[in-house]
Ligand binder design. Structure first.
Ligand code: ADP
Length: 163
């Protein structure tokens, strides 16, 4: 039985994340997706919204469990008996940050390995920040996110313009 955890903010989940999830889900019995609850970070979508969107975006996959956690990814991994952390790498700019996290995690939890999947070329520049920036200017984000996220963004824009 091999379990893996893919931790992230997923604010919101993009097609880049989804590609990593689909590819990782084929390699493990269970893939846990850990949506990070960081009280110090201001998110566009609330934690319950990010969880609901992730569940909807991954409902076609059978071995996915969406969970949320606060604190260390390795602690969350241990909680779900996952000895592998999944991270995605886009451009070289991701490398330094990811190396820092992976090295720290290795130090504090040597039994947990980090596996990196390279982004699909067409999603190598896609990020949640890019999507939020476009959404802020009411631009179309359909080509970067699953349909449930596009709908949720439009709904949020509606809420904001009602205020
Ligand atoms: P975090 O706040 O932990 O960086 P993100 O939701 O931004 O959370 O990203 C989670 C993981 O997904 C990170 O490893 C990030 O590099 C990876 N990732 C983000 N966007 C993409 C993409 N377009 N293609 C592949 N991996 C990605």
């Amino acid at each position: 039985m091999s379990n893996a955890l893919y931790p992230g903010s997923f604010d919101p989940v993009t097609l880049g994340h989804l590609d990593i999830i689909e590819r990782a889900s084929r390699q493990f019995d269970q893939l846990f997706i850990g949506v990070i609850h960081n009280i110090n970070k201001h998110n566009f979508f609330t934690l319950p919204e990010r969880i609901a969107l992730m569940k909807e975006a991954t409902q076609h996959l059978e071995n996915i469990t969406v969970v949320s956690f606060e604190g260390l990814s390795v602690a969350c991994a241990k909680k779900y008996s996952a000895n592998i952390l999944i991270r995605g790498l886009r451009a070289i700019s991701d490398f330094e940050y990811e190396l820092q996290i992976a090295s720290t995690n290795k130090q504090i939890a040597p039994e947990v390995e980090t596996f990196f999947l390279m982004s699909k070329t067409e999603y190598s520049y896609v990020s949640s920040s890019l999507v939020k920036e476009l959404a802020f200017y009411q631009a179309d984000v359909n080509m970067y996110v699953p349909p449930c996220v596009s709908t949720a963004i439009v709904a949020k824009q509606g809420e904001k313009s009602d205020v």
